[in-house]
Design a protein around this ligand. Structure first.
Ligand code: GAL
Length: 370
């Protein structure tokens, strides 16, 4: 009798405390299927062949982790909760090798897409060659025949050299009035167009820092990046093989200093989420919607609400994606820790589309209701 009651009590406690079903705990330490802490910051998700692949920056401990010491880490999952370590899929090159991705460079926000024509997996990332801070503002490209790599580094570029944006105001190639000015993420002294930053960078290619990739339903892929000293976002079409820029690109949110772009298509509309420019410190997110990737884009404010809305729940956007076969959307953000980079945390939250707004909702712990 006593034994039966005891068993019933345990069952009741288990029910009350919830089952051992997986769940998200935004900001908590998140371990992989081997029990090791997941190390994939500034990440993105690829869904391919029934599996999800999470690519991100592998960060080491301390401030040294703010530079690329190891490379791009990949994990895979079938349920988006339990992640299996797939290892370092793009290692940095040895110190002194002179490679653009040499150890000690800055390699951030890697994203991978699959090209249906070539069958190749194409990775793009923000790349700052070693020793030059954030002045390089370049994009790196690497490819692989398999999602889990190894990825072969192809090149480091500045996008769209020689091409004017499709929605350019009359701009001229050549000197910029921005010469000698410092841009630390605050407002530019004047409208960026008056500084002629696009024209300054026309020959050598446009600056590209925080970035994401997006493949539309028609197979066209886009590289979306903070450009023009971070003041303006560019949406740039990639070539059919996804390995280069096609030369067709447009400027949006001129002078709004949008960083950390993330994009998702929902019900035929394009939704973007971005941050302001405050480095590793979180700030209030922004969002925007458009009926075409080429705009016009309409800003629709901070998608977060409640106590930590002004700091995006202490995170910065890195990716938005739809769960395969559903219309559920997930926000992926980073809670950076520049003093101990490896201890940066992940903030994953559900996204709700609500008429003309899109909302990211805070939950201490959550899972999809089945
Ligand atoms: C953030 C950016 C990060 C990283 C950081 C460096 O604004 O989103 O990816 O570049 O600045 O301070």
């Amino acid at each position: 009798m006593y034994k039966n009651r005891f068993t019933a009590l345990i069952a009741a406690l288990l029910l009350l405390g919830g089952c051992s079903c997986p769940e998200y705990r935004p900001g908590a330490v998140w371990t992989d299927t081997d029990g090791a802490v997941i190390n994939a910051h500034g990440g993105g998700i690829l869904y391919d062949g029934g599996r999800y692949y999470w690519f991100g920056e592998h960060k080491v401990e301390g401030t040294a982790g703010n530079l690329a010491q190891v490379g791009v880490h990949c994990y895979s999952s079938t349920n988006l909760y339990d992640w299996q370590d797939e290892g370092i899929v793009l290692p940095v090159e040895p110190e002194g090798s002179g490679s653009p991705i040499e150890k000690g460079c800055i390699l951030e926000r890697p994203k991978v897409i699959r090209n249906a024509r070539t069958g190749q997996y194409v990775m793009w990332f923000h790349l700052e060659p070693k020793g030059a801070g954030y002045t390089g503002a370049m994009s790196g490209v690497a490819v692989s025949d398999r999602p889990t790599g190894p990825y072969r580094f192809l090149k480091a570029v500045r996008p769209n050299a020689g091409h004017y944006p499709v929605n350019a105001l009359p701009l001229h190639a050549g000197p910029s009035r921005a010469e000698g000015m410092r841009f630390d993420g605050g407002s530019l002294p004047e409208h960026p167009d008056s500084l002629n930053i696009v024209g300054r960078d026309l020959a050598g290619g446009q600056m590209a820092r925080d970035m994401t990739l997006f493949v539309d339903d028609d197979g066209r892929a886009y590289h979306i990046y903070s450009s023009e000293e971070n003041s303006t976002l560019h949406i740039a079409e990639l070539t059919d093989d996804y390995l280069s820029h096609s030369g067709r690109y447009a400027r949006f949110f001129v002078g709004r200093f949008m960083e950390a772009p993330a994009i998702v298509k929902h019900d035929g509309r394009y939704w973007m989420m971005m941050s302001g420019c405050t480095g590793w410190a979180p700030n209030a997110a922004r969002s925007a919607v458009a009926d075409s990737i080429w705009g016009p884009w309409t800003e629709c404010g901070n998608p977060c609400s409640g106590p930590l809305a002004e700091t995006t729940y202490d995170s910065q956007s890195t990716f938005l994606f739809t769960v395969a076969g559903t219309d559920r959307c997930i926000y992926m953000g980073d809670r950076w820790n520049p003093e101990n980079a490896a201890d940066g945390r992940y903030v994953w939250l559900p996204v709700r589309f609500d008429g003309e707004r899109f909302r990211v909702e805070w939950h201490d712990r959550w899972r999809w209701e089945e």
